[in-house]
Design a binder for this molecule. Structure first.
Ligand code: 5AD
Ligand code: SF4
Length: 445
């Protein structure tokens, strides 16, 4: 069956922030083709599901979402599955879900318009290539930003091959985008209204490149260059690997004012035995040493992390060591997951897989500790005055939600301020997940 020319698209991104970034780039690409964004999938004649393959649950969600796109009259929009499930499962997707028209991997989505032409002729379209020419060279340039905060992918892919992880297979080998492209994209984002940029990469701190003078730079050099862009107020970056945490990046936290005091540095486990089986190539101690150096230059740094419980072979003792590293490291927020075996990864074939009820119990204990630390961290900010960047409307009348430098959400009521304003706020109350504040002063943008 041939399909009509889609006019309205809807993109739904799952998983990590890089998918959010990719979703925005696809949206710009489709708008550039004369299409417009629909408010929901019901109003769209092209729906892009930008998927995540990191855990089994995320994959199941894609298939149930595809099923839900069928309309009451039996018709369905043109459906494209993008992202890491597309890369990992390829043709299998349209076999399992025949209503899917397009399967496009994370390195090939700049070809969406051509793939739509194939789909329009009634054929299934598939592109999971990892082409030599980067999608970044083909995508339209950045324009007006809907929000004051923007993402910028600087590095993609991963060569670390942690034994549980699909990313090296779905996102491919590590690449760093060129210096000039990044400086230009950052400038375009700021011209388009962004005040804060979060630099993204699966191993963002492994970024390296040559600057405009031909000198090799690491992420700290790039951050220092972006710091000079007039109008850019805040710089963040994620996700970092402990092994790529250079002295230069640590010291940038001490003297680059726009670099926010926040570090997302996953440790995954506190047991050296498990870290070895995970192929993490760092130890609990080397991780804590990095934090010590970081806190020397930036004592107020907020720490975030990722944890996996129930990795194959994890004993009660190993798990206790994870609780112990959490107590020593002190997190302001964190993400923790039950181990999910992923097809094709070495850990999926390991013996001693951990029973689900043991994982449940460990996850509960770990999350109780992490939640307590997050609450403690939030409470420590009460009484302090800090700048917040207002990012979105709250649920109440006149309510706005902004972020502190430490990435906490703050609710304020102020009829005089708007999204995109920076303001000095006194924190008056702390909850487990957010803060309440009172405006002291609006800061000049
Ligand atoms: N099972 C559970 N969690 C995983 N992660 C990555 N792979 C798996 C898996 N197979 C987690 C890690 C990583 C985060 C993005 O997702 O903690 O840092
Ligand atoms: Fe996955 Fe490890 Fe690479 Fe992170 S560093 S993306 S966890 S393989």
């Amino acid at each position: 069956m041939t399909q009509a020319d889609p006019k309205k698209y809807h993109i739904k991104s799952f998983g990590c922030q890089m998918n959010v970034y990719d979703g925005e780039r696809m949206s710009e690409l489709l708008s550039d083709q004369g299409m417009s964004a629909a408010d929901s999938s019901e109003d769209a004649d092209l729906v892009v599901l930008n998927t995540c393959h990191i855990r089994e649950k995320a994959v199941d969600k894609v298939y149930s979402d595809i099923g839900r796109l069928r309309r009451k009259d039996g018709s369905s929009p043109m459906i494209a599955v993008a992202g890491c499930v597309a890369q990992a499962e390829g043709r299998e997707i349209s076999r399992r879900a025949p209503s899917v028209d397009i399967v496009v991997g994370p390195q090939a989505y700049h070809r969406l318009p051509e793939l739509m032409d194939v789909a329009k002729s009634g054929k299934k379209a598939l592109d999971t290539d990892m082409p030599a020419i980067s999608k970044f060279d083909i995508l339209p340039s950045r324009g007006k930003q809907a929000r004051p905060t923007a993402f910028l992918t600087v590095q993609e892919g991963c060569d670390k091959f942690c034994t549980y992880c699909v990313v090296p297979y779905t996102r491919g080998a590590e690449i760093s985008r060129p210096w000039a492209d990044l400086v230009n994209e950052a400038k375009a984002l700021v011209d388009g209204g962004a005040l804060e940029i979060t630099l993204l990469g699966q191993n963002v701190n492994a970024w390296s490149g040559e600057d405009d003078k031909g000198q090799t730079q690491g992420l700290d050099g790039l951050i220092r260059a972006l710091d000079k862009i007039k109008g850019l107020k805040r710089i963040r970056y994620m996700t970092s690997h402990p092994n790529d945490m250079t002295g230069g990046l640590v010291s940038a936290h001490g003297d680059v004012e726009t670099l926010m005091p926040f570090l997302h540095l996953p440790v995954q486990s506190g047991s050296d035995r498990i870290l070895k089986a995970m192929n993490r190539s760092h130890s609990a101690k080397s991780y804590l040493d990095i934090l010590e150096q970081m806190r020397k230059v930036r004592p107020d740094i907020a720490l975030s992390g990722d944890f996996i419980v129930g990795f194959p072979g994890e004993t009660d003792q190993d798990f206790e060591e994870t609780l112990q590293i959490v107590r020593e490291a002190r997190y302001s927020q964190a993400f923790s997951f039950k181990y999910s075996p992923r097809p094709g990864t070495p850990a999926a074939g390991m013996e001693e897989q951990i029973p689900p009820e043991v994982m449940d119990e460990r996850l509960q204990r770990l999350q109780a500790l992490l939640n307590q630390q997050q609450f403690d961290f939030n409470q420590q900010t009460v009484g302090r005055t800090t700048d917040i960047l207002l990012e979105r409307q709250g649920k109440l009348d006149g309510q706005l939600i902004g972020k502190t430098p430490w990435l906490q959400s703050v609710h304020i009521i102020s009829p005089d301020l708007a999204i995109g304003d920076l303001a000095d706020v006194e924190i008056t109350q702390a909850g487990p997940n957010s803060l309440t504040g009172r405006i002291k002063e609006r800061l000049a943008a």
